[in-house]
Design a protein around this ligand. Structure first.
Ligand code: C2E
Ligand code: CA
Ligand code: CA
Length: 608
């Protein structure tokens, strides 16, 4: 017996699979008790499941699988039910075998003694010996049974501990859903098996805001609620919490249509108000999805999610090939500009704004330029995607304000006829940037009078999200004495009605209109009408992107006095800009003379 015991314990210690260890145990017993056949059944939730029975036919074990324990459920089912050994010496006549004897007798099994394996007061298995003769146990048999049930208990307990540890390594503690480790495994299995599947990645919108406002207890409650809601609309064991606010769902089979439907169902389920730690929160998630087949689905779903977060919050975005290229470009631009900002390789250049009739320089537009490490100068158009990133946009405005106000102070100190410089702002400046404080700091700090500054706001920012932030800020800035220009006018949907509710001082007609001035009748009519209306509203007009003298004279004939474009000058550095002011700057003296007939529009340019 000692030898048997050592052999089995050695297998347990080596961590061999439970079934293999128990089969070895059975075989070792069968050598010692000729004619016996052993079986070990696991007991789980009141049902039997075969663990090992190497010498019994497979069909017999199968027949016992999932059998409910009970007062007359053969030897094992009865032993498990009462938690005591059941010695059946004659299966043919014993009432406890009434329902099962037709399974055993044809195999020549005549007696069966079963002993419960007990752990912490709970029956976890049964250990049974079958005989091809009617017999009852003697002392030696009893000793073998006792040793074996003990070994079974050790082996099964250890297996349960290992399984529990595995369960924990694969379970997210907060939600009880599968975690990232499990997600990685499932994904790998599906990919290795070349199976069709859809992958959805989803982020909770504004979780940080919930944490910051209501505390982490509320944030955790929100995560738990969302996990439950996702799991309620997804097949079992297909919801994963990857960490933080990130969830994943894997759908076996199916294409993008199924995935999108699942995505919509999840987002709908998530959207209901949720009670989170005494606060009612209105949760929302953004999801992106990709199906296996075209590249790495995880990366593609990630790309789709990222896209969704910047454009379609609260919705499902499906990946399409090529989606990544646009993103990569943007990522690269963000990274490049970030580094350039840190290394102070962002510079301010100045494009003159010119009186179309006299060619005098009345002001500048400040445009940022990136100097590459190789020494080249790159125009903003090549990296403007980086400015969609809020953090970069704020840093850029700050840097430009710093440089531009310093340059302006120098021009004023040189006594040059500087009228105004336009500074481009981004959406982030209005929403998170505290732009007024920043302007105060730089303008007052460097002693630049406010009326020398024009803030350029693009149509897309001006129309921005449907809140009042931008409009309120623009009103406040104008009340302080700063002027605001509506940039790229005509590219978006800014209408004259908008101009009445949130007035601006200047409209900059986009280059696309200037381009069509000569070739297209409607384009010209629109510009002419716009100039007329703007004048009546007291709004000045500047034409952008003038590239030919012909365009300039057309604009002039329509009553547009001011413009900028390559035909006059590209954006130039500080020294060249200084030279422009010196040689072509509109002299203050002209201002006096400028009270002349409106045809020459001098007052207009002067007023600007
Ligand atoms: P924008 O504000 O409309 O600036 C005018 C752009 O048109 C400038 O390009 C300028 O160089 C270009 N341009 C001027 N005249 C002509 C012309 O005759 N022909 C052509 N083809 N182009 C002309 P840039 O400097 O590459 O800037 C592109 C955009 O990047 C700007 O459009 C603006 O939206 C943004 N940007 C530039 N500097 C800044 C900045 O300091 N801050 C922010 N937030 N955005 C900036
Ligand atoms: Ca501009
Ligand atoms: Ca523009």
């Amino acid at each position: 017996m000692l030898e048997l015991q050592n052999k089995v314990l050695e297998r347990i210690a080596k961590g061999e699979p439970l079934a293999a260890t128990l089969e070895a145990l059975c075989l070792l017993v069968e050598i010692r008790l000729p004619g016996v056949k052993c079986s070990v059944l696991r007991v789980e939730n009141g049902r039997l499941h075969p663990l090992a029975a190497p010498s019994l036919p497979h069909s017999y074990s199968q027949a016992l699988d999932n059998l409910e324990v009970g007062p007359a459920a053969g030897s094992c089912g009865t032993a498990a039910f009462y938690g005591v050994p059941v010695i059946v010496t004659d299966i043919a006549t014993d009432g406890r075998w009434a329902a099962y004897r037709d399974l055993a007798l044809p195999l020549g099994l005549l007696a069966c003694w079963s002993t419960p394996v007990i752990s912490a007061g709970r029956v976890i298995a049964t250990f049974a010996l079958y005989f091809q003769e009617c017999r009852r146990p003697d002392d030696r048999d009893k000793e073998i049974i006792e040793t074996c049930t003990h070994l079974c208990a050790i082996a099964i307990e250890r297996d349960e501990r290992v399984r529990e540890r595995e369960r924990l390594t694969y379970t997210d503690a907060l939600t009880g859903e599968a975690n990232r480790a499990r997600f990685n495994e499932v994904l790998e299995e599906l990919q290795n098996a070349n199976r069709a599947f859809g992958l959805l990645l989803a982020d909770i919108d504004n979780l940080k805001l919930v944490n910051d406002t209501f505390g982490h207890g509320a944030g955790d409650a929100l995560i738990r609620t969302i996990a439950r809601r996702i799991a309620s609309v997804v097949p079992p064991e297909r919801t994963f919490r990857l960490g933080g606010d990130e969830f994943a769902v894997i759908l076996d089979g199916g294409g993008m249509e199924e995935l999108a439907a699942c995505g919509d169902a999840i987002l709908r389920a998530v959207k209901r108000p949720a009670q989170c730690d005494k606060h009612v929160v209105f949760p929302s998630m953004t999801a992106g999805g990709a199906v296996a087949g075209d590249g790495d689905p995880r990366q593609n779903a990630d790309v789709a999610l990222y896209h969704g977060k910047s454009r379609h919050r609260g919705q499902f975005t499906a990946y399409y090939p090529g989606m990544g290229t646009a993103l990569t470009r943007r990522f690269r631009a963000i990274r490049d500009v970030g580094i350039a900002l840190a290394e102070r390789r962002i510079e301010a250049h100045y494009q003159p704004i010119v009186r179309l009739d006299t060619g005098e320089v009345v002001g500048f537009e400040a445009l940022c330029r990136m100097r590459t490490s190789a020494g080249e100068t790159v125009a903003a158009a090549h990296f403007h995607e980086a400015m969609l990133d809020g953090e970069i946009a704020l840093q850029l405005t700050e840097r430009m304000l710093d440089m531009v106000t310093s340059d302006m102070r120098r021009w004023l100190d040189l006594g040059l006829p500087l009228q105004h410089v336009g500074i481009n702002l981004s959406a982030a400046d209005f929403h998170t940037g505290n732009i007024r404080a920043k302007l105060d700091e730089h303008l007052i700090g460097k002693g630049v009078p406010l009326d020398h500054v024009i803030l350029e706001v693009t149509e897309s920012v001006y129309l921005g999200p449907r809140d009042h932030t931008v409009g309120d800020e623009i009103r406040a800035l104008r009340e302080q004495g700063l002027r605001v220009a509506l940039d790229d006018f005509g590219t978006g949907y800014a209408s004259l009605t908008h101009l009445l509710t949130v007035p601006v001082d200047i409209i900059k007609i986009d280059k696309s209109f200037v381009d069509r001035l000569i070739s297209e009748e409607p384009g010209a009519a629109i510009v002419e009408g716009l100039i007329g209306i703007a004048h009546r509203l007291g709004i000045k007009v500047v034409a952008e992107g003038i590239e030919t003298e012909e365009q300039a004279s057309h604009l002039l004939a329509m009553g547009c006095i001011l413009g900028q474009g390559f035909v006059y000058s590209r954006a130039v550095g500080f020294d060249a800009a200084t030279e422009l002011l010196r040689t072509r700057g509109q002299k203050p003296d002209d201002a006096g003379e400028n009270n002349r007939p409106p045809l020459r529009h001098d007052r207009l340019s002067r007023a600007l």
